[in-house]
Ligand binder design. Structure first.
Ligand SMILES: Nc1ncnc2c1ncn2[C@@H]1O[C@H](COP(=O)(O)OP(=O)(O)OP(=O)(O)O)[C@@H](O)[C@H]1O
Ligand code: SF4
Ligand SMILES: [Mg+2]
Length: 354
């Protein structure tokens, strides 16, 4: 295994208190097509990721996780709002500065093969990135081997083509490719969910080790709370394009406040089957307390969440106010924010109007 030298550590802090990544009121609307309404994929998301930490983002399919990932790494422009890396906005300033800033954040996709060219052997894929960014120009071959060592593959994989790799090996190459540009932040969009269950833990352990060695910051996306709970310092729960709860991982997991987070937490498998609800009960809660077949999942297309809570159709504890006013994300305890009228009232705060 190649040793990580101090010079190779590209993460770390840019100064006391400066978050590695921050987004402010980030929104993304996809314009209507064929008389379909506009898709409000993201509806104003704000958070920050302290340097060297892992920020978990969790939510069901369609809530906007991948849209968020694409905006953060600049693959798409937001409709409104801003992304800051190390305290600097990525959309302002001279072009050269913006390019240098963009290099600091890299995305690892769910499907590793989607980021690898099937006609290109592993070494060339890595070499190409180094060449493009003029990195290690005098020792690129050596650097390619270092990168392969970093993801525990080794130089013997250098000549392989993507079709000669397993899913886990391909994801290691995709991670090496992201690391080649020496980023400070990795956005990991469900990096293990397309892989065999048997290799998921290996990739997770690899990511944890790399983070430690390179002092990287992670934004770790998953639809599965049980996945983010082991790696995250902070967790944001998303529902239909908004963050509905955010806080330190233990606060969100041990004392979830939003009914949606509680349903997600209850569905997490626990060793003692008597310690939590049955999965049937958990499902009933997550679909509005009904035991009969759940309604069609609400879509980002059809919720007017300016005048009511978007979770209302599925909420088992809704009150009248929930249909009259939309809640907003508000502090409910130390380091813990929630967007829910009932949770805010239970925490002794006023109505959480938006
Ligand atoms: N290019 C696009 N054009 C129109 N709508 C889009 C586009 N990309 C995403 N959407 C819509 O935006 C919403 C959020 O999609 P997104 O892929 O971000 O969700 P997700 O949380 O990543 O879901 P999953 O867990 O299935 O990956 C969905 O309603 C989706 O259909
Ligand atoms: S605001 Fe009301 S409807 Fe929305 S999650 Fe809270 S209790 Fe449920
Ligand atoms: Mg996605």
């Amino acid at each position: 295994m190649g040793e990580v030298t101090a010079a190779a550590r590209h993460g770390g802090s840019d100064g006391p208190g400066i978050p590695a990544l921050r987004c402010v009121d980030l929104a993304k609307h996809y314009p209507s097509r064929r008389r379909q309404p506009t898709v409000m994929a993201l509806r104003g998301v704000s958070f920050e990721v302290p340097a060297g930490s892992t920020f978990g983002v969790v939510g069901e399919s369609g809530c906007g996780k991948s849209t968020l990932a694409r905006l953060l790494v600049g693959l798409e422009a937001p409709t409104s709002g801003a992304v800051e890396i190390a305290g600097r906005r990525v959309d302002t300033g001279p072009r050269s500065d913006r390019r240098a800033l963009a290099r600091r954040i890299q995305l690892v996709f769910q499907d590793p093969f989607s980021s690898l060219d099937p006609r290109m052997p592993v070494a060339r894929a890595l070499d190409e990135v180094l060449r493009f960014h003029h990195l290690h120009d005098d020792r690129r071959d050596e650097r390619v081997v270092e990168l392969l060592d970093m993801v525990a593959l080794g130089g013997r994989f250098a000549r392989r083509y993507p079709h000669e790799l397993s899913g886990g090996q391909a994801q290691r190459v995709a991670i090496a490719r992201a690391l080649a540009v020496e980023p400070q932040v990795l956005v990991l969009d469900e990096p293990t969910s397309a892989l065999d269950v048997s290799v998921r833990a290996e990739i997770m352990n690899l990511l944890v080790r790399i983070q430690d060695e390179l002092r990287l910051s992670y934004l770790f996306i998953s639809h599965d709370l049980s996945m983010v709970r082991h790696v995250s310092d902070d967790i944001a729960v998303m529902y239909l394009g908004r963050v509905v709860e955010v806080g330190r991982y233990d606060a969100v997991l041990d004392a979830p406040m939003h009914p949606y987070t509680r349903a997600l937490a209850d569905a997490v498998p626990v060793p003692d089957p008597d310690a939590k609800r049955t999965s049937h009960e958990a499902r009933a809660v997550s679909h509005g307390g009904r035991a009969d077949p759940p309604p069609e999942p609400a879509s980002a297309r059809d919720v007017d969440d300016e005048h009511a809570c978007a979770f209302l159709p599925r909420c088992p504890v809704a009150e009248r106010v929930c249909g009259e006013r939309a809640p907003r994300l508000a502090p409910a305890a130390a380091g813990h924010e929630v967007s829910c009228h009932v949770a805010s009232a239970a925490a002794g705060l006023g109505p959480a109007d938006r």
